[in-house]
Design a protein around this ligand. Sequence first.
Ligand code: NAD
Length: 497
Amino acid sequence: MTTAAHWHALAQATTLPFGHFIDGAYSAEGEDTVAIHDPARGTLLQDAINGGKAMADVAVDAAQKAFQTSSWAGCHPRERGAVLLKLAELIEAQAERFAILESLCTGKPMGDTVGAEIPEAVNSLRYFGELPDKLRGETTASNADTLHYLLRQPLGVVAAIVPWNFPLNMAVWKVAPALAAGNSVVLKPAEQTPWTALLLAELFVEAGGPPGVFNVVTGRGDQAGKALAMSPKVAKIGFTGSTRVGQLIHSYVGQSSLKTVALECGGKSPQIVMNDVADMDAALDAAIFGAFGNAGQVCNAGSRLILHEAIHDHFVEQLVERTRASQIMGDPFEDTTTLGPLINRAAHNRILGMIDAGVKDGAELVLGGKPGSDSAGNFIEPTIFARADSSMSIAQQEIFGPVLTILRAKDATEAVQLANDTSYGLAAAIWSGSLDTVHRMAAQIQAGVIWVNCFDAGDMTQPFGGWKQSGTGRDKGVDALMSYTQAKSVWMALGDL
Ligand code: NAD
């Protein structure tokens, strides 16, 4: 059997999870349904349940009850860690099932789900599974008649709202540290991609997690998502998604109750390649991966390439040639496919509109620009604009598709100015062989994450999050675990001996 035939057979045999997962069981109650279409083939895959406010409230109540009555928050931290480690093992054992569920609804090439998305989620669970008993409080210096110490305690009910571009990973980045710290969780996946979230919660119970500690409510953002952000019983909202919805989350929280808000939002991340770049081949590969990985549907996509004028023409020529050779659209189940479709028709049409705007604004279209030849799927050719101006919409807005905009800089100072000339500040990459250049640029670029002579590198120890309109929170790392705890100060008067 070819690999594609294997995946097609497995897809046929895979049952799609359906409903919400609340208090340890599936429930199919809801307002109405949301159609999930196959982005690569256009066919209807499932009418998923839209939970709405009612089911979001039911899930929050289940989480609150479990926080108050189950052993989760109060058990030995190593017991929580053991459940997360077991969950990682269960996912690993069913990696192909997770990968199929992820590829079917997102259109991601199987190489990406099997090779990156699923193993990354397993790594994240292992990282946070090993952390719970490393949490520490503090004692402070005080008089002999006082003992003052700080306890780190869980927040209570955490609501996590996540997007569709890396459904499992984005969920695990929030759910794992929140659970590790002893909280109960309600997760709302994006309406297009609920399945791996549901399976994750189901396996949490199989791994020994108490029912009600980890719940999933599926449905539309402006109904179920809004209800979670408005709920007075939720102590923290961890949100990953667009800047527009991030702003709405703030407004909901302002109208309801005081709760902690952590936002991981959009980006328009620069990759700067200087004239003294040491490894031009690696920079070219990174430019392609940065722009077209996951069809450009990546928060930290390197969608603004800033080239030093001395290497500009050669780099663009090489980039076009290599992109043409490496970015192959097609069936996500085929080994040869490297460029998947856009998530839905609306995104497809919006991005074609942005490409038209780039042409009208006067940028030079050096590659692509058209829909893919398979009209049933939401494909768009890998598209490259050169000689753009930083003020153009293709240079300023998050396109979230396979579109790369190239700007030209005469020197390092102008490159930094261009890098910072955006409302976003998620990530940036610098390619240069000069230590002076990279350290000075790294200090001056306004972004939460800087890569030097690499792109999208790192591991679970690296806090990930944005500056400016890219967000306010940090996922990954020990900081993420701490962000799901709160400090309690205990001031104790000591009597005489
Ligand atoms: P989105 O903002 O449309 O949706 C994200 C989530 O919010 C979904 O679950 C959605 O249902 C929910 N939502 C939508 N409207 C809501 C509302 N009114 N109230 C509450 N919840 C609501 O984003 P998307 O299209 O799913 O994802 C793409 C965006 O996510 C891009 O902007 C991308 O940059 C961003 N993203 C950021 C990171 C990061 O770590 N910074 C990672 C991945 C994606």
